[in-house]
Design a protein around this ligand. Sequence first.
Ligand code: S3P
Length: 439
Amino acid sequence: MNNNNVNFRVFPGGNLQGVARVPGDKSISHRSIMLGSIAEGVTHITGFLDAEDCLATLNAFRAMGVEIEGPKQGEVIVHGVGLHGLKAPNEPLYLGNSGTSMRLLSGLLAGQSFDTVLTGDPSLSRRPMKRVTEPLRQMGAVIKTSHNGTAPIRVRGSGPLESIHYDMPIASAQVKSCLLLAGLYADGETSVTEPAPTRDHTERMLEGFGYPLRREGNRISVCPNGKLIATDIDVPCDISSAAFFMVGAAIAEHSDVTLLHVGVNPTRTGVIEILRLMGANIEIINQQMVGGEQVADIRIRTSHLKGVQIPERLVPLAIDEFPVLFIAAACAVGETRLSGAGELRVKESDRIQVMADGLQSLGVHAIATPDGMVIQPRQIKGGKVDSHGDHRIAMAFAIAALRASGPIYINDCANVNTSFPSFVNIARSLGLNITVCAE
Ligand code: S3P
């Protein structure tokens, strides 16, 4: 479990220069363990994200009897047990800070023949779970949550589920993936339609494991009784981690950074599109397909950013990158407006309020709205920021120091280990003047 007494102290100014390889993609790493575990045969994973969130998923499958070797320098070997080979865990599955683990596992476990309990840390225990438990109940799953629809989630193993069609009210890859995984255990075809495109790693990886899937427009369908055949997975580097250095290089004078082997699946590249709308100088080099996912090197240099109205269609495609995009907006010329992003309020923290509060405490004019933010750039001052234990808030404010007039102190940063344990080392190697103080 995390303690919350790790703080960052980041000295102002400087620039970012060099070449870096950020760690593996978090979404793809979770799915590689889940699908590898229910596949037949041995799955070899390279580039796995060795961070707390993905280890929560890995440990959950170990607790359900799956033999998993590693992670060792990003290599993991999963000895798949097949769709019906998981075993009842001896105790509740503790999923830490990881919403992806909890929501995807709810679907996968609803179709098992044994009972499970899913728990998490205080942040995860506040996050909404009805978005998955309601459609799963429509499929006949027997699931209990706390009275306000949050974890712990108790899943009763009740045999085959009923297939449904679900018209998703929110654009969420976690809900979509949860229902597709439940659909593997249903009595007929399960389909979902999404109101806007969201990351499609589950669909791509199911196909990579040889599991048939139908995609027609915004509708995705799976049938039961297929099987997953073990395969090799090369996890690309996480564009959500790369985003911190993309923004850092764009806002700091004399910067030039190249990020290698980054996943540029078009359902994840909203951050590139938004930064380009703001005028950023970004080059995509060496683009290639690696195991069903697009991968490229991204070069980004100092840019004179301008404020924009962020198109709502890009919101789900950049959903995790808004904390650092708000920093870019604070350093631009002219106002930036974001709307249609109410989902940010139910992430690891309320990312609209927490970012607006942090920016204001550094002298930036940031007004939170119910579903977004209006930012009028100002000189970023030094000061103290509360990250509320949210990894992406902590890393975003560290990057802000590149354009600050005094040091920025960020508290409660231990959860950076949930997604990017090497953040401080890579940031330093590129030129950020950051120190870690453990109290
Ligand atoms: C994720 C989907 C997104 C994202 C999260 C990872 C996934 O959540 O914010 O960090 O791996 O499917 P939502 O589906 O809730 O938008």
